[in-house]
Design a protein around this ligand. Structure first.
Ligand code: SF4
Length: 495
């Protein structure tokens, strides 16, 4: 059996860091971890080929070679997913769809030959059993959650790791919290499911043996969802492995704000090699936080929490949302002030959206407020439901937040705030060739040729002379700032 595994294209968005590729010889941010894990579940006798469309073109020859084309994707890839399916249909290929987009929007993909919904550990196994027996059905789904202690490690041998900026590993699935707009708990449940420490270390070792030295994203939606096990088993094992291998990885992950309550946990994460954590801040307004059940963020000094986390050597990246029913006219300025004073460089601000199946979706549906949208659209500025705030005011305010926080002056200002507060505690930093390439190119492209060059030098010189251990953080932050400005300009030109 020849199986082609296709990861469709992601549109150019704030998340994919497309514009930093010009500073380093890489093609994409992250490899398709889910698809590589699915590859590891397919029979050993099959011939496999992976096409990540962020890295390489999908050709008619690829599709013609395959007995089956497996397609995976997230909501944001919807348009490209549709195009890939249509091409496969034209060429007469058998298609198999799986992953979050197919699971949430299954009824939009009835023309796909086989739909493997939910977690592949369960439904792919059912499909493979039928394939070897009486023939596969159209749809496979399950209400069960998989035991990820049995999940095989991803097949890194199917890609060239040097095409990517960062690698990915997964340690857990699920989240104990219940934010009403979030589809994580719908897809993966509230009960944390964990891999064992030895499983995770084996995945680290595989990556290291594949020649990887550099950033590794622990892709969990909430890495500290089960703090007790993380502290007693996972972090000690990670720290030991990193020490033995001379700290080859820079780790980052996603956590909830209650990390700020646990100094021991922050310290252990820092020692294990974590440098960045992404946290859903969402709103600066307690009423909006209560409205979406983000209770863990409410009634806190959030700026104080962010600064405390930074002081433990963990750069905080933040997710922010505008468009809650409780949002007041001041929400935009409040958000800008929060982002500037906390020194959150990577501030991902979005309009509130209601993915299918979430509590928010159900509430808005019952209030008859959902607007007709399609997963094939990728308009960042368009609201998807009838908002309480006037939609035009909301969209204008949203654009104002983006244009302000990504303006070179404010971005570099908060880079200084972050650098001053950020106390990297890791014992050792490995400087790689790619970082030197990025340094030289960013000096040339931003610091010498760039129209905002006057802002570039202050943080760089500060890091060079006062905090040399933060030089790699500074270079990366400058490149990200460049990307955010470019994406904002492109979005703005489109609208
Ligand atoms: S804390 Fe994050 S992952 Fe957990 S439910 Fe809220 S938004 Fe989702």
């Amino acid at each position: 059996m020849n199986a082609l595994l296709v990861y469709p294209r992601c549109p150019d968005v704030f998340w994919n860091l497309k514009h930093i590729m010009r500073f380093m010889s890489r093609k994409a941010l992250l490899p398709p971890l889910g698809l590589l894990t699915v590859a590891a579940m397919l029979p050993d006798s099959w011939n496999l080929k992976v096409v990540d469309m962020a890295v390489t073109k999908l050709t008619d020859e690829d599709i013609g070679w395959a007995d089956m084309v497996f397609i995976s994707g997230m909501y944001v890839q919807g348009r490209s997913v549709r195009e890939v399916i249509d091409r496969c249909k034209e060429l007469g290929a058998v298609t198999v769809g799986g992953g979050p987009l197919f699971t949430v929007e299954a009824e939009s993909f009835n023309d796909v030959d086989h739909l493997i919904l939910g977690e592949a550990e369960i439904t792919l196994e059912m499909f493979l059993a039928d394939l070897a027996g009486d023939g596969p059905k159209h749809v496979y789904s399950s209400t069960e959650f998989a035991n990820i202690k049995k999940t095989p490690p991803p097949r890194w041998d199917l890609i060239d790791v040097n095409n990517y900026v960062c690698m990915g590993v997964q340690y857990s699935r699920g989240c104990p919290f219940g934010c009403d707009f979030c589809e994580v708990t719908k897809l993966f449940g509230h009960r944390m499911r964990l891999k064992s420490a030895s499983q995770l270390i084996a995945e680290f070792e595989n990556l290291y043996k594949a020649g990887w030295i550099g950033s590794v994203f622990v892709v969990d939606d909430n890495f500290i969802g089960n703090k007790a096990v993380v502290k007693s088993e996972i972090l000690p094992a990670m720290t030991e492995w990193m020490k033995q291998r001379d700290y080859p990885f820079y780790l980052n992950t996603q956590v909830s704000i209650n990390i700020a309550d646990d100094e021991e946990l922050m310290s252990m994460m820092s020692q294990a090699g974590f440098e960045k954590v992404f946290i859903g801040i969402e709103s600066t307004d307690d009423q909006s936080l209560q409205e979406c059940s983000k209770v863990q963020n409410a009634n806190r000094d959030m700026v104080g929490c962010v600064k405390k986390i930074q002081s433990f050597g963990l750069e905080v990246q933040g997710g922010f949302i505008v468009g809650f029913d409780s949002d007041k006219a001041s929400v935009f300025e409040d958000m800008i002030n929060f982002i500037q004073s906390s020194g959150i460089l990577t501030a991902m601000v979005g309009l509130l959206a209601a993915p299918k199946g979430t509590e928010l979706y159900n509430r808005l549906a019952s209030e008859n407020r959902l607007l007709e949208t399609s997963f094939c659209e990728d308009d960042e500025y368009k609201v998807s439901f009838v908002t309480k705030m006037d939609a035009e005011d909301l969209e204008t305010g949203y654009k104002h937040v983006l244009s302000t926080i990504y303006s070179p002056q404010l971005y570099y200002q908060r880079m200084m705030t972050m650098l001053k507060n950020y106390k990297l505690r890791k014992k050792k930093i490995r400087i790689r060739l790619i970082a030197l390439e990025a340094l030289c190119k960013s000096i040339w492209l931003i610091g010498i040729c760039g129209k905002n060059r006057r802002y570039f030098w202050m943080p760089l010189l500060y890091a060079m002379f006062r905090r040399p251990q933060l030089l790699h953080v500074t270079i990366f932050a400058s490149m990200c700032g460049f990307h955010y400005r470019k994406i904002f300009e492109e979005l703005h030109a489109k609208n």
